[in-house]
Unconditional design. Structure first.
Length: 311
């Protein structure tokens, strides 16, 4: 029951991210995705860090910078580049490949055994998402494809390394989330200034949209995500990813008047079923909470072939 509650809370993160498209198109200034990335990450990161009242120490300054770049600073711009160069459906399918990257990296870095049924669940999830979002008119663009694949790989690496490094002793997920969001937002600022120029003028709708993005869609969502990484396997967490495009499709149907074909409904059922199956497959895997980095290194080095490896 405790694991089920953790999975349910962690799932709220990708569900929240599924609302990003609707909020961006209905409330935010057009053609400013990098500015939106900064507004999502940096204020939320500073707020969470202030609430946690903890700053990084020692090696955690550069570790926070690396994790923030992988999970936020590189992921957001590459994701937006992919979205601009490709139809939304193609970009979403490339994003849904993230669990496959995590399965491979978790086996290499964390010693999590890549079970066939887990791989099949990840593949089925990506296939279901493709049925929901791909259209016959979808076009391919090499730069967009590379950006989409690298963005998925970046988030996957960030997820695995967040699990690998754990947290400093006595530091909770609130502080760790704040450090990463702050670092990621700072990485995006120069890119946004170079590509998009000065910030746009904001009206009441934009303030409402950015407030939601900062507090709910980013601050709380990423806190739940990193909290889940600390309590579940990296593979289990990433298999919740298809809930994001499924939520986006559901919101498009319910709130934006977008029709869903029978094929799309079937795809939603397949992707959701794969998500549930992935959690059932991982239910028997013992996971220990985050410990200090030093203990993680010692435990992992003792036996990389033992499953599950202590973290």
């Amino acid at each position: 029951m405790k694991r089920l509650a953790t999975v349910a809370l962690t799932a709220l993160a990708p569900i929240s991210w599924g609302s990003t498209y609707a909020v961006a198109t209905e409330l935010l200034p057009p053609d400013r995705p990098l500015f939106t990335g900064v507004m999502r990450a940096l204020p939320a990161g500073l707020l969470l860090t202030a609430l946690a009242r903890r700053l990084p120490t020692g090696a955690w300054w550069w570790k926070s910078a690396v994790l923030g770049t992988l999970n936020i600073g590189a992921f957001f711009p590459l994701l937006f580049l992919s979205a601009y160069r490709l139809p939304g459906g193609v970009a979403a399918v490339l994003g849904s490949a993230g669990p496959l990257f995590v399965v491979a990296l978790a086996a290499l870095v964390l010693g999590e055994r890549a079970r066939l049924r887990t791989v099949l669940a990840a593949v089925a999830g990506a296939f279901g998402v493709s049925m929901v979002v791909l259209t016959a008119a979808a076009r391919l663009d090499l730069v967009g494809i590379v950006a989409g694949v690298v963005s998925s790989a970046s988030m996957a690496a960030g997820t695995v390394m967040t699990k690998r490094w754990g947290r400093p002793e006595g530091v909770g997920p609130l502080a760790l989330t704040g450090w990463q969001l702050t670092a990621g937002g700072l990485v995006i600022i120069p890119v946004a200034a170079l590509v998009e120029g000065a910030p746009p003028a904001l009206d009441g709708k934009a303030f409402l949209g950015y407030g939601y993005m900062m507090l709910i869609n980013t601050g709380i969502a990423y806190w739940l995500w990193f909290r889940g990484i600390g309590r579940l396997t990296a593979t289990s967490v990433t298999l919740l990813g298809p809930l994001s495009p499924l939520t986006a499709a559901a919101i498009g149907w319910a709130a934006l008047g977008q029709a869903l074909s029978p094929v799309q409904v079937l795809g939603m059922a397949i992707a959701f079923g794969a998500t549930v199956a992935g959690q059932l497959f991982a239910a028997g895997t013992k996971v220990e909470p985050f410990s200090s980095t030093e203990e993680n290194d010692r435990n992992i080095s003792m036996d990389l072939t033992d499953v599950p490896v202590r973290r």
